[in-house]
Write a protein that binds this ligand. Structure first.
Ligand code: ZN
Ligand code: ZN
Length: 93
């Protein structure tokens, strides 16, 4: 079987699905890849260090907590409890 040119689902670049790779894929009964090797390795890398968590100290109660986003410097961060509390307070305000 000759090499197949496939276009990547993610970045739309064409990449080569080589004869050797095809052999491996068919042997393992796997679907042909839909992403280029670059995007595939990017995906592997991103799933490796996910979920990302940042340690914070609550501005309100001083408790240590973790948040899924990078806290902005100079902005107050709240732990989950205080965040929930301030959210429900805002709802009733
Ligand atoms: Zn790609
Ligand atoms: Zn708190």
């Amino acid at each position: 079987m000759p090499d197949v040119e496939t276009s990547c689902l993610q970045c739309k670049e064409t990449f080569l699905f080589t004869e050797k790779e095809q052999e491996i894929f068919y042997q393992r009964n796997m679907m042909p890849p839909q992403r280029c090797p670059k995007c595939r390795s990017k995906k592997a890398a991103s799933s490796e260090n996910a979920p990302r968590r940042f340690d914070i100290v609550c501005d309100h109660c001083g408790k240590h907590d973790q948040v899924p986003f990078q806290p902005k410097v100079g902005r107050s961060v709240l732990c989950r409890e205080c965040h929930e509390a301030s959210r429900s307070r805002a709802k009733f305000a």
